[in-house]
Design a protein around this ligand. Structure first.
Ligand code: SAJ
Length: 415
């Protein structure tokens, strides 16, 4: 069996490596030549534990090779980005481009699976694009179980930082456009998935992925709102959450500086876009979480005002932010509320703004012009007047700051 994985990013590349480890012949397709070259050398362009060894083994064993243009295969997996366009509207243009590029090599009997996080109806739209490009083949929307080409939706649900393990262990939700499509997709995933493959229809599978991330977003919004209320009422929110969670049916998540990453802060909007009048709680949760970095900046401004009232000059105040990643113990800065806060601070504070991020050694090039100075933990601890804890990385948890320092702790490890 040959499997073609279209889009070799955070999901496509680990998935390609997992199929290769299960001894499938895998052709990885990507539009970026440097990514194709890197993978063909047995190297990787993204950071994810254990992915490097998996890709090296897959390429050197001859099971994985990358190419710029789709080639004939028995199964095609589409794992391309689905960003926003305009005001939180899902942009399916990468899926459309993938469909148009694979259509010419599609053969009778092939299976096409969409993995990209998608709004409800995207799989049907993909099928329509394929059918328009290949009038000589029949597709499930017209031919049902007799279709030449089978089409299914199967979302990825892996946690960044644990992708290689979760790819294999997690259950998979498989939504075929017909029962046969689901069965074909199940057989394919079972080659490496040890979790259960659970069958549903394509629309339910699409909504399932969005629902999982919206559920988490709403629950984090509850915690974030609680933290703002507690701050106003003089209550330690982490103590409160710990106490409330002693109740057998209460399980509150942890407040923080906001919600980052490329999934939880994005996917709920796909639901809101599909049902704008009905998705009231889901929309509000997004607004609460998106508003949290601004609230943190206000707390910093209050600390600055206090220091000035105590006789300090504004430009003499050194602020240190601890953590830039979007969550603890990873180096991923994408859509990070911590980075957002640090950059905004550096842009407006007349004094020095130091940043400690144990997982990176240089700031991304686009931040070069900002006033943010990357330093180590002891330097920041020694020099800061105001400390802002933004990510609960392990090295911060074992650290204590001088008692005179003003601390704004968004993760509850220093307060
Ligand atoms: N966060 C909090 N408080 C918490 C938990 C998380 O503030 O109690 C914040 C994190 O700091 C981070 C953001 O939420 O900024 C998201 O982190 P996360 O660990 O909850 O999730 P992601 O974005 O790394 O991965 C999620 C996962 N989805 C769910 O847990 C429902 C993962 O399984 C999905 O595969 C992934 O999104 C995805 O690709 O959609």
């Amino acid at each position: 069996d040959t499997v073609s994985v279209i889009g070799l990013g955070y999901i496509g590349l680990p998935t390609a490596a997992a199929f290769a480890a299960a001894l499938k012949r895998v052709i990885g397709i990507d539009v970026t030549a440097s990514i194709v070259d890197t993978i063909n050398r047995g190297e990787i362009h993204i950071i994810e534990p254990e992915l490097d060894t998996a890709v090296r083994a897959a390429v050197s064993g001859g099971f994985l090779r990358a190419s710029l243009r789709p080639e004939a295969a028995d199964a095609f997996l589409i794992a391309v980005p689905t960003p926003f366009k305009n005001d939180h509207e899902p942009d399916l243009s990468y899926i459309e481009a993938a469909a148009k590029s694979l259509a010419p090599v599609l053969r009778k009997g092939d299976l096409v699976v969409l993995e990209s996080t998608s709004p409800v109806g995207a799989t049907e739209q993909l099928a329509a694009w394929l059918a328009a490009a290949r009038p000589d083949l029949s597709f499930p929307q017209d031919a049902g179980e007799q279709a030449d080409v089978n089409i299914a939706y199967c979302p990825e649900r892996v946690l960044p930082g644990h992708v290689m393990r979760e790819l294999i262990e997690n259950d998979r939700v498989i939504g075929g456009m017909t029962a046969r499509c689901s069965q074909r997709a199940c057989e394919l995933y079972k080659s490496f998935v040890r979790g259960e493959c659970i069958v549903t229809n394509a629309r339910t599978a699409e909504m399932c992925k969005l629902t999982e991330n919206a559920f988490r977003d709403v629950n984090i919004a509850f915690a974030n709102e609680l933290s703002i209320i507690c701050d106003k009422l003089g209550i330690n929110v982490w103590d409160l959450v710990g106490l409330a969670n002693r109740h057998p049916r209460v399980n509150i998540l942890q407040p923080g500086p906001g919600v980052g990453g490329h999934c939880i802060a994005v996917d709920p909007w796909f639901i809101v876009d599909s049902a704008p009048d009905e998705a009231r709680l889901i929309r509000t949760a997004r607004e609460v979480n998106n508003g949290k970095p601004g609230w943190v900046i206000n707390k910093i401004d209050e600390a600055i005002a206090q220091a000035k009232a105590d006789g300090k000059q504004h430009e003499d105040l050194t602020i240190a932010v601890f953590g830039l990643a979007f969550k603890p113990d990873i180096d991923d800065l994408r859509e990070s509320p911590a980075l957002d806060i640090a950059v905004k601070l550096a842009g407006r504070h007349p004094g020095r703004v130091l940043a400690v991020e144990p997982h990176i050694s240089v700031l991304p090039a686009k931040l070069d012009s900002s006033k943010l100075i990357l330093v180590d933990l002891p330097t920041a601890s020694a020099q800061a007047d105001i400390a802002v804890l933004l990510v609960d990385h392990k090295p911060f948890k074992d650290h204590s700051l001088p008692s005179h320092m003003k601390i704004i702790d968004t993760k509850g490890i220093w307060t």
